[in-house]
Design a protein around this ligand. Structure first.
Ligand code: B12
Ligand code: SF4
Ligand code: SF4
Length: 377
């Protein structure tokens, strides 16, 4: 079989199944990535969500003996919310980041990669193929960069000339010797808009993140949010897009190619107060299909409380009081106490004083104290 011709056919086929960009890379070890990963680990700059085995992450041969090439794919996702519901003074809303709009992208990209696998296997039944999206060992960005999908921006994102950085990435390791594409030249130039827009200074320098400070990471943690960051996350319920919305390469970019990725505005910009008391069933029904629900409902509820404090929504005091009095989870009780302190006036003192008498959890008691201090000052 003529591999080059097959490669061209594959590119053509990919367009018919909803793959917006495809590229090919060699499967040789990712040496630069390896030292980068080790450095990030040393500095304590990783999120903890990265796969642990750095050897496997950087040597495709360990994932597939005989690996020859990697097919990288990118799917563009929407960036503008049509008919967004308005947030009003007593009906405040939170926000899911764009990467959590529509159906969980892992499913969408896996579907495309599966179709691609079937197509390849029809022509080359003995081919060895291994697909992954996000949760696999490989760095999706490093593969995409090598395969010429886009360049690696100062905001760390892979930026495509066609769709900006609003693309999901996935890949397939193969034992087929496809011809590699050429990487795209860096087009950031002297721009630093993303670094300036980052609310926490998580982008320590162009292309380097301290994920422990990244709001996207912080919205996905389950414990108390350190106080320093509570005033930074704003109304974000999941993820953060600031370093992408600030990027001039994303200006005017808004593609709606995939039905599955269309957001439901009421779901991705939901009312905050109802989230505080949402049942497990309702949560699953409403948010279960979003990628942003993978950590369960607790982080989203904690973030909703923080968002209400961000808006200083005094009408939320009754709901916050119920959380403080009745929620079995200390993180939510404590965050609610802190939020009451932030939002309330002197009349809220009795709520916190009463809670202080009944509360047994040490951390919640500390948050109640912080709340009382805010109300007294
Ligand atoms: C862990 C993780 C996170 C962590 C850490 C992010 C990070 N920047 O490392 C947290 C939770 C913070 C996070 C947040 C987000 N994530 Co995330 N995340 C991942 C995951 C699982 C692993 C990333 C990783 O290994 N990082 C370690 C760093 C060191 O490596 P890397 O970024 O993968 O590779 C680059 C660097 O190594 C760099 N590099 C290597 N050597 C050197 C040397 C120098 C000098 C320099 C400058 C750079 C450099 O080049 C590589 C290619 O760009 C990937 C999926 C995957 N399996 O790859 C998704 C992934 C990176 N995330 C993604 C997305 C969409 C996001 C968010 C936008 C979501 C949101 N809206 O909140 C934010 C963006 C935050 C940001 N600015 O990076 C997409 C990125 C798509 C794209 N167009 O780039 C991915 C690829 C998932 C997917 N399959 O689509 N994420
Ligand atoms: S996602 Fe938000 S917090 Fe993280 S680096 Fe980008 S702007 Fe900074
Ligand atoms: S904002 Fe500027 S520096 Fe940052 S990724 Fe975009 S083009 Fe590059």
């Amino acid at each position: 079989m003529d591999i080059l011709q097959f490669q061209q056919e594959l590119v053509e086929y990919s367009k018919t199944i909803g793959i917006d960009k495809i590229g090919f890379a060699s499967a040789s070890p990712f040496e630069e990535l390896k030292s980068r990963l080790l450095r990030q680990q040393e500095l304590g700059y990783q999120s903890g969500f990265e796969p642990k085995d750095i050897e496997k992450r950087t040597n495709p041969e360990l994932l597939m003996p005989g690996a020859k090439s990697i097919i990288a794919i990118a799917l563009a996702y929407p960036s503008k919310l049509k008919d967004a519901p308005r947030s009003t003074r007593t009906e405040r809303r939170g926000m899911f980041a764009r990467a959590s709009w529509g159906e969980d992208y892992h499913h969408v990209l896996r579907d495309r990669l599966q179709k691609l696998e079937s197509y390849i296997l029809e022509k080359l039944p003995d081919a060895k193929l291994q697909s992954m999206v996000d949760t696999g060992e490989l760095s999706d960005r490093a593969v995409a960069e090598r395969a010429g999908i886009g360049w690696s921006g100062k905001n760390c994102a892979i930026i495509t000339p066609e769709f900006g950085s609003y693309v999901y990435l996935g890949e397939m390791i193969t034992n087929i010797p496809f011809a590699p594409d050429t990487p795209i030249e860096d087009q950031c130039g002297s721009c630093r808009a993303c670094l300036d827009a980052c609310p926490t200074g998580a982008l320590v320098q162009g292309g380097q993140i301290n994920a422990q400070r990244c709001v996207s990471f912080l919205t996905q943690t389950k414990d108390f949010l350190p106080e320093e960051f509570r005033t930074k996350i704003g109304n974000r319920l999941y993820g953060c897009d600031s370093c992408q919305t600030a990027c001039p390469k994303n200006k005017g970019i808004d593609f709606h190619f995939h039905e599955e990725m269309e957001p439901n505005p009421e779901v991705v910009k939901p009312l905050l107060k109802p989230i505080l008391s949402i049942s497990n069933r309702e949560f699953k029904e409403t948010f279960g299909s979003l990628s942003g629900s993978w950590r369960g409902k607790k982080p989203l509820q904690r973030n909703a409380i923080i968002a209400l404090s961000h808006f200083k929504d005094i009408s939320a005091i009754p709901e916050l009081t119920t959380v403080l009095k009745e929620d079995p989870r200390p993180v939510l009780r404590g965050t609610a106490a802190w939020a009451i302190g932030k939002i309330g006036d002197k009349s809220a003192l009795s709520i916190l004083e009463e809670a202080r008498l009944k509360e047994k959890d040490e951390q919640v008691l500390q948050e109640i104290e912080k709340g009382l201090n805010m109300l007294n000052n």
